[in-house]
Design a binder for this molecule. Structure first.
Ligand SMILES: [Mn+2]
Length: 413
């Protein structure tokens, strides 16, 4: 049996206002080809299928078209869990229809943990894997609020709630596993899924990962997961990595870089093969569908780099940071002219000189598009000259509010 683990597609996401449907289309075509070439039996999608809780029709089309392609391929089963960006009720809405195509969707945890345990059968209808499809667990799913709790109390409760849920779901899977053993099926592996921030996880600036919890204490450690799990397919962090050096607890990462800070990382999907009871794990590199280039320097340095990229026939999207000494009000016009005759595009220009000298401390050249909500809040704290000590407390409270707003499922009725 061969399993392919992917996550964090973020279908519908844009980069500085530029839609990225071409990349998503190319990725899903590549993924479909890879599933067929590698003879994948099971596809696991560990959350953040869509970038927003109300995905565009085009993003939905990509998703359903891919599922249809898979339904006619060697891939016998698909399991999809919701991530923190997904609307649980949106993912769940076509659940029963998709079930008919051997696609299992788990949008949210319910009062019935057995609903997260899925037994997959092979061609001869023998059990081949037990999947613990634990979706992203929202604060309100796993934590009861009590008055007068400190932030540390809250975090400890969140981590505990998360651990307990995995224990509960895995216990059901283990019962199934024991039953299969008794019936003579040997060791049927338990493969768990999750969308969470594991302790010590690596993120890079600009990779688009939302801080999930209020502080860092709620990040769960490796020991939060029951030892009966043979492989844990995680989503949420966009840089591929193992948790605490354990090969079997992994983030596959996002298949396309979410921002310039993430552009130099290799993008991957993970293939897990079970011939007997020990898994053989292999990483497959996802090709780069749209190169992103960050250029920093004086006007001449930037131009030299552009010339070099032009010579190489680059079609990169550029993020340019001008650090030269001269004030250049017409920087964009000049750079656009340098790009003439190439298929490169400028996504963003940071003109530090103008910002430093002329509008010192006022961020006149920024528009709201350049900032995210957290940046705006930071600016607000600056303006009110909030002390460092107060800043920490206020920021934590603010993060908690933002998280709860983001976790609200706007489509749910
Ligand atoms: Mn994500």
């Amino acid at each position: 049996m061969k399993i392919l683990h992917t996550s964090d597609w973020h279908l519908g996401r844009s980069l500085y206002g530029r839609k990225r449907y071409d990349e998503f289309t190319e990725f899903l075509n590549w993924l479909g080809d890879t599933v067929e070439k590698e003879n994948i039996d099971v596809l696991l999608v560990a959350g953040d299928v869509f970038d927003t809780s109300v995905p565009s029709n085009r993003a939905q089309e990509l998703y359903y078209r891919f599922i249809c392609r898979m339904a006619n391929s060697c891939c016998r089963h698909i399991v999809v869990i919701a991530g923190n960006h997904d609307s649980p009720s949106f993912l769940n809405a076509p659940k029963e229809l998709l079930r008919a195509l051997n696609v299992f969707v788990v949008g949210a945890m319910t009062k019935h943990p057995e609903e997260e345990v899925i037994v997959l059968n092979d061609d001869r209808r023998n059990p081949e894997a037990i999947i613990c499809a634990v979706p992203y667990l929202r604060d309100r799913d796993i934590r009861s609020v009590e008055p007068g709790e400190s932030i540390d109390d809250k975090n400890a409760k969140l981590a505990l709630g998360l651990m307990n849920h995995y224990v509960e779901v895995c216990a059901i899977a283990e019962q199934e596993q024991a039953r299969f053993k008794k019936e003579g099926y040997g060791h049927v592996p338990i493969v768990a899924m999750g969308h969470l921030f594991a302790a010590g996880g690596e993120t890079v600036d600009g990779d688009g990962v939302r801080e999930l919890y209020v502080g860092s204490l709620a990040h769960v450690g490796k020991d939060a997961f029951p030892s009966a799990i043979d492989y844990l397919a995680l989503g949420h962090l966009h840089v591929p990595q193992c948790v605490a050096n354990d090969e079997r607890i992994r983030y596959c990462g996002s298949p396309i870089p979410m921002g310039y800070g993430d552009a130099t990382n290799d993008k991957k999907v993970i293939v897990v093969r079970y011939d007997n009871s020990t898994p053989a794990i292999e990483e497959i590199k996802v090709p780069c569908f749209q190169p992103l280039e960050r250029i920093t320097g004086s006007f001449d340095e930037i131009n030299a780099k552009i010339e070099q990229l032009k010579q190489a026939g680059s079609r990169a999207w550029l993020e340019i940071e001008y650090t030269g000494a001269d004030l250049m009000g017409n920087l964009r016009e000049l750079l656009e002219a340098s790009l003439d005759g190439s298929s490169m595009e400028i996504r963003r220009i940071k003109n530090n000189r103008i910002m430093d000298r002329v509008f010192k401390a006022i961020h006149t050249h920024e528009t709201l598009d350049d900032l995210d909500v957290d940046d705006v809040f930071d600016r607000c704290l600056d303006i009110f000259e909030v002390s460092l000590e107060d800043r920490l407390i206020i920021t934590r409270l603010y993060n908690e509010i933002v998280t709860s707003i983001r976790e609200e499922d706007v489509n749910e009725e």
